[in-house]
Ligand binder design. Sequence first.
Ligand code: GLY
Ligand code: MN
Ligand code: MN
Length: 446
Amino acid sequence: MTARKAVQGISAKEYAERRRAALDAVAPQSALLLPAGRELLRNGDTHYPFRQSSDFLYLTGFQEPDAILVLLPGRRAGETVLFCRDHDARRERYDGPRLGPEQAAEALGLDDAFPLSDIDDILPGLLEDRSQVYLPLGADEAFEAQVRGWIEDCRSRRGGPVAALELTDSGHILHELRLFKSPAELRLMREAARISVLAHERAMARAAPGVPEYVLEAEIAYAFRSEGATGPAYPSIVGSGANACIMHYVDNAAPLPEGGLVLIDAGAEYQGYAADITRTFPASGRFTPLQRQLYDLVFAAQTAAIEAVRPGATFNDPHLASQRVLIAGLIELKVLTGTVEGILADGSAMPFLVHRCSHWLGIDVHDVGEYRFGEAWRILEPGMVLTIEPGLYFPADLPETPRAFAGIGIRIEDDVLVTATGYEVLTEAAPRDGDAIEALMAQSGS
Ligand code: GLY
Ligand code: MN
Ligand code: MN
């Protein structure tokens, strides 16, 4: 098998435009300090797989740990400065080459770069004429303490009492930028979606009663890596039978039950961008009439929610659309009594519905960006990407669960781009309606 050509990533020009947008959004006499991710020790000298901090990745594309980006709007000597790891011949023998401060500025399109080991000497000076410092607040105590130390140092250098350097969360600025996806980002998200669709199809084709959940997880992992994705954007959930009712089930250890459903929630990360897909299908390849009835209800709820995605709608509209369909279905099934609006208001369907219908999607699987402003839900705008993922769950130990439904969990999840006129389902190639799922599984001989 030959490797597929990598999809073109984010250009140096786009990273520069993102930094420009951040520089334009912060207060004039401010500094923005953004740390890279850190390597996290697992045990001995083994680390967890490194994943760059999302905001840092967004502004630099730089994949090394232990670096700090400094944005200094209006600074004549350069507005963008990086501190990064110096070369270390011995470490590089083990861990591979480092970019190093000599190359970093040019390679990343920044004004200047220094060794991280010099930061205590240099940074307080860079803060001298600044009145406000943006940094991620509440995310990394050690970094916050370091920043406070630099500020103290800066104050003492200024000599005597000076105006306080106000600390502001950088998230408000950067997360608004990240919420709107550029054409290049959408190219990467489409590729993450394409690979994730293949992975789901592969897992469906492999499913049969008795096959362990982890074998389907392995099929998914194989599809991700062999198509050039970094790996899963989040731990893959393969929940068969009653395991589908556990929202974050990741044991993936049980054999698929004869006559049961399988819920797979899995998405690839491709060049830093996530997909997030859930499909639910029968282990045997054929839904029972009751499973199909419940599946079709979730399918109808998801379809209604997808159709509610358009510019000008609120973030809550798809959620409400899906809940109305699910609640009407539960009334018809005699699981609930009352009116749709009454049940919507009193929350009595929530034991079966559990979670909301959507979240933003991008560099993070639960991506950043405000969902509401005060009491008001956010208005959807072109370029936003959200998931649409209604579910219906009947845990056996829930007293309200009708016995015939016990242990059934169904979720259908797709990734939806808000376009100028409506929506585009980035993951639509994954078989979604009950007939298409049965057809795919029949084809593969499940
Ligand atoms: N995979 C996490 C979620 O669906 O939100
Ligand atoms: Mn999701
Ligand atoms: Mn998901």
